[in-house]
Write a protein that binds this ligand. Sequence first.
Ligand code: ATP
Length: 594
Amino acid sequence: MTDSAEGSAEASAYPLAGPREVRAWLWTVATTNRAAFAAMLTLFGLATGAGLVGPWVLGELVESVRRGAATTAVDLLALLFVGVLLVQAALRAWARFVAAVFGERLLAKAREDLVHHAVELPLDTVETAGTGELLGRATSDVDKLDEGLRQAAPEIVIASVMVLLTAVAMVITSPLLALGALVSVPLLVVLTRWYRPRAVPVYERTLASWAKVHASAHETVVGGRTVEALGLGGRRRTHHDAAMRTAVAGERRSGQLWGVFLAGLDAAALLPIAVLLLFGAWAYQAGLVGIGEVTAMVLYAGALTEPINEVLGWMDELQIGHAALRRVLGVGKVPPDTGDPSVVPAGRRIELRGVRFGYRAGRDVLHGIDLAIEFGERIAVVGPSGAGKSTLGRLLAGINPPDRGEVLVGGVPISALPLERRRREVVLVTQEQHVFTGTLRDNLTLPRSASDEELHDALRAAGASDWALRLPDGLDTRLGSEGVPVPPAIVQQLALARLVLADPHTLVLDEATSMVDPTVSRGLERSLAAVLDGRTVVAIAHQLHAARDADRVIVMDEGRIVEQGPHDELMAAGGPYAELYNTWDAGTDTVTLR
Ligand code: ATP
């Protein structure tokens, strides 16, 4: 939580997909679901066609009453009108159902793509951006997309087909009166041109602000202990309030824009009806049109109001959905951390050459590290807080690539290896160990799939065999919040079992159950020793007793290696290590730093 406590909610390492990429994605989804897409459009067309017969029948009804037609003919027309309404309602419901299924497929694809890309994201990108940002895109943005797709898209299709066919019917009924209905077209064009360019950036900003609100809340919860320990509650609240205020201001602004737009839409809907009534009365008196035509035209104009408002109104939802889709697809634009399968290490030697690295541009944390680690060596990295020990560990494991220089394993850059291969070479073990919701088997097979026998062997090596055998459903027992609670020591042992299965030749232990930590139970200590056996171990020794037994101690200060060698040699030399060691209080396990 150190740096991310305040900072990462501000940054977004994830780009937005461009409008062309969104179109290409939608096109791919539409064409791969061609049958459902065609069925949806056909049903909407039929439903709308049925809707157009209604006003025509009503026009005929008025005309036949005016002509004094027989009652049976009038009754038949009235019956036909009711029948048309029923068919229209049935077709609409069916079309909506098909559209909902289509929308769900689209949404499922968006979610699957997001998850697929998210798991391939470089870890340093996820950490820089903060998990909240990714969480925001995977939750609130997908929800917005859901609303846009499930509701807006079908409504817009229905309404657009309706507008189109109604316009055609109006032209056929009376080309002269149809001219009168065009009166609102310029108004609609001006309104849309005013509204769109203003609303779209506001939506995009508002979605980004909500993501920041989520990120802020998420980080406060995740780092709850740090927040409490350092008394950061007030600062976190201020931070959260600021994020919230930006989001609320965005919502208010989009509400204002929408209000103006809606008023304009109402005016544009009423105008053609008024014009048609006046124009129709004049044309009727002039003998240019019949009363039935005027009736049908006014009904058509009235019928147009709703779909036009729907199209433009739902466009708003669709635009929010579009902005959300750009954010969701944007995650896929980050180059995945897939590595190059043709790169194969030759050997297990690790070498750092002129390594420089900084979390932020221009602020190097490591200033040119040269280091060679032979297979099987036991290394302890020591140094004052902030010296760059953990950062060195991250680079050794290929989590962050160096800005300059090289981190080589078996002569090839570790960050060029495919992720799975990388984890078979070097694994960084930290104190943070998770038990994921799922079965014991799920928890163990995270590094790779394995047979039951291999799983039991790994549990035995980690010393968790007895515990596992007592589980009600063995390897298929559900663990975590929804299942069997896992005691802290077992959490560590499960992490060790995962390591056994991943079987890397080098382990970087950062604040992990340190090699000879006296606070760790004897059993766990033995398991750890068994797991470390036959591997290279780089222990980032925040506690100095680990350094005494190492083959070589590496002393870091301010991002540089200032001294290295075995404990006894360094003590005899009386340099920085001896100074550090002499100020270490083994009783409280603390080091007094300069
Ligand atoms: P400690 O023993 O306190 O963990 P360390 O020697 O392991 O310290 P690092 O954690 O590597 O030191 O930190 C080295 C420097 O890099 C520090 O100035 C730290 O603030 C900075 N730093 C560490 N992690 C990040 C990060 N994720 N983003 C930005 N700066 C970071």
